[in-house]
Design a protein around this ligand. Structure first.
Ligand code: ATP
Length: 224
């Protein structure tokens, strides 16, 4: 044990969540268990930069995340990016969290990413700074192997240098490690759900019933 054991890391889970689905929920649940997180803070992106404009408003995506996570005391939802007018940069969100008095610079934070998002990390604004602000936890995702040989060179080097095999190590520092975890493989994507809805097929059992009811009620994704 370290002399001053730190708290468990808080997971930070950003995404477009257009809509949120069981792949996201299992990722957060299994990360909490395997990486020994204190909980997961979900942060829906306001205006994501690296993809086309989402089908629905940021507020509607936020509401869907709230509906999906309600009732899980380990999860909470942060509207910070949705409430900000400018583009959603994760590095700025992490800086905001660090400045908030509740976290300061000591509390371990861990940014959660699926393997596809991790492989694209070098496209992110100030991506190297992310590891000064948080650890990164990467979930396996069907079709996206986490393998240094298939990552962009700069990221592969970073991955080799920063890889951390023991969840307990994530409590030893506030930021800087990369951990992976093997979640139940779920080949669910928001794209697939939007396509099902647009052709009038049922998305049932891919996402929570409460979210499906909201989608129906608001008539979201009518023609994707
Ligand atoms: P889209 O199909 O619209 O691109 P998506 O299903 O990938 O959406 P996002 O909101 O873009 O959902 O994803 C948020 C995060 O969740 C990303 O880090 C992504 O890698 C991860 N993720 C999404 N679905 C899965 C899944 N089925 N298994 C593992 N990780 C996932």
């Amino acid at each position: 044990m370290p002399e001053n054991p730190r708290e468990r890391p808080l997971g930070i889970f950003g995404g477009t969540f257009d809509p949120v689905h069981f792949g996201h929920l299992r990722l957060a649940e299994e990360a909490t268990d395997q990486l020994q997180l204190a909980g997961v803070r979900w942060i829906p992106a306001g205006r994501p930069l690296l993809r086309e404009a989402p089908e629905v408003t940021a507020r509607q995506r936020l509401t869907m995340v709230r509906l999906a996570t309600a009732g899980n005391p380990s999860f909470d939802v942060d509207a910070g990016e949705v409430d900000t007018d400018g583009p959603s940069y994760t590095v700025l969100t992490l800086e905001r969290l660090r400045q908030a008095s509740q976290f300061g610079h000591q509390r371990p934070l861990l940014l959660l990413l699926g393997a596809d998002a991790f492989a694209a990390l070098p496209n992110w604004y100030r991506w190297r700074s992310l590891l000064e602000l948080a650890h990164i936890g990467v979930a396996h995702r069907p079709g996206f192997p986490i393998d240094a040989a298939s990552l962009p060179a700069a990221l592969a080097t970073c991955y080799r240098e920063r890889f951390c095999a023991q969840p307990a190590d994530l409590r030893e520092a506030a930021a800087g490690c990369i951990a992976t975890f093997a979640m139940t493989p779920l080949g669910i994507s928001a794209t697939q759900i939007r396509q099902l809805l647009a052709r009038g097929s049922s998305p049932r059992y891919l996402l929570p019933d409460e979210v499906i009811a909201y989608i129906r009620n608001q008539n979201l994704y009518p023609e994707y």
